[in-house]
Design a protein around this ligand. Structure first.
Ligand code: SF4
Ligand code: MG
Length: 342
């Protein structure tokens, strides 16, 4: 859970609301090695906040983040330090994350040194550098070591950022929209690289995206977020092909082309606003009571406006759940209007 205090000026502007942004509430899931988990949502859904919380970039309001069952609640403690070494963040814009005045060699050497993976001798270091570049398929390595970020293409820069993360010998990669700033033509190559690294290095990858079509292609498991809460989760095939939550259905309808791996994410409102799902993601300063999606939901019932739906099991696919009252057996029994669950 992460609530941000709102700065003074903004607070005056929203003077009648509590001065807290409910960026992320009750988000809870597990990452597994050798598996990609996609976190899907619109901008403002809280997905990047989750990435930054997991990278321990700022403290959380409540809750805990554990690695191998070990709590990281004590910032700076031993488990915390082990965690930040093992969990690496890759950002959307590799240009912003690489220092323009330093070469690739500098960036990778620094990562190897910080994490104690540079070896003892100059030969060890050269070998480790060549390994990193080969792993991200920047070959021959000599060609890339002494160049500056601006001399590389966007895709090559993102590969350098990935290599730098690998310099820590991580168990977990947090990839926040890792391809959304790249040319469509090279996105697939970078996703394939991540998939390959997942298998060869047995990594757990959290893949954060607004593009549910790419989650189907790339992720083993998919979690959908709306307005700071998780609304649906399960294996990617099921969630993307048989979505249960009305919001997920809206998302899949606004990404209709199954061949389109990574589109520009034309807004859900443009695609779906004509006859349903009208509206905008709610303010996270005073999120709607009950189900946060109810102001936009075509199936909203009275209880949706008052009671927060719990995670409910969907159908017979193991692990498929959604936070929607349509899937409450009591709702179905009452045959409430608009409860036509698919
Ligand atoms: Fe719609 Fe109600 Fe389900 Fe929320 S709980 S998605 S408002 S039907
Ligand atoms: Mg973001």
């Amino acid at each position: 859970t992460k609530h941000f205090p709102v700065r003074k000026r903004l607070r005056d502007f929203f003077s009648r609301t509590p001065a807290v942004v409910h960026a992320v509430d009750d988000v809870s899931f597990a990452l597994r090695r050798g598996q990609v988990t996609a976190l899907v949502g619109e901008s403002g859904s809280g997905k990047s906040t989750v990435a930054r919380l997991l990278a321990q970039l700022y403290p959380r309001t409540a809750g805990d983040i554990r690695l191998h069952g070990r709590s990281t609640r004590v910032r700076g403690g031993r488990a915390f330090r082990a965690y930040v070494r093992r969990v690496q963040l890759i950002l959307q814009d590799p240009f912003a994350s690489l220092n323009p005045v330093h070469t690739v060699r500098y960036h990778l050497t620094r990562s190897l040194r910080i994490h104690g993976n540079a070896g003892r001798t100059a030969e060890d270091l050269d070998r480790a550098l060549a390994d990193l570049l080969t792993r991200v398929r920047l070959t021959p390595p000599e060609r890339f070591l002494d160049v500056f970020p601006h001399e590389l293409s966007g895709g090559q820069r993102q590969r350098v950022a990935i290599a730098r993360a690998l310099g820590a010998d991580p168990e977990v990669l947090l990839a926040d929209e890792p391809v959304s700033m790249l040319d469509v033509s090279i996105r697939l190559g970078v996703l394939n690289l991540l998939q390959d690294l997942k298998e060869r290095l047995n990594l757990a990858i959290l893949y954060i995206t607004h593009d549910i079509a790419s989650a189907r292609y790339f992720a083993d498991e998919t979690i959908v977020m709306y307005a700071g809460r998780m609304v649906e989760g399960g294996d990617s095939e099921t969630v993307t092909q048989n979505p249960a939550h009305p919001y997920t259905r809206l998302l899949t309808e606004s990404a209709p082309d199954p061949e389109r791996i990574t589109g520009d994410g034309a807004g859900i409102d443009e695609a779906a606003g004509k006859d349903r799902g009208q509206g905008e993601p709610p303010s996270l300063i005073s999120p709607p009571a009950g189900c946060r999606f109810h102001p936009r939901c075509p199936h909203a019932m009275r209880r949706c406006t008052a009671e927060l739906p719990p995670r409910l099991t969907v159908g017979d696919r193991p692990g498929h759940w959604t936070a929607c009252w349509l899937y409450d057996p009591a709702t179905v029994a009452a045959d409430a209007p608009g409860s036509a669950a698919p």
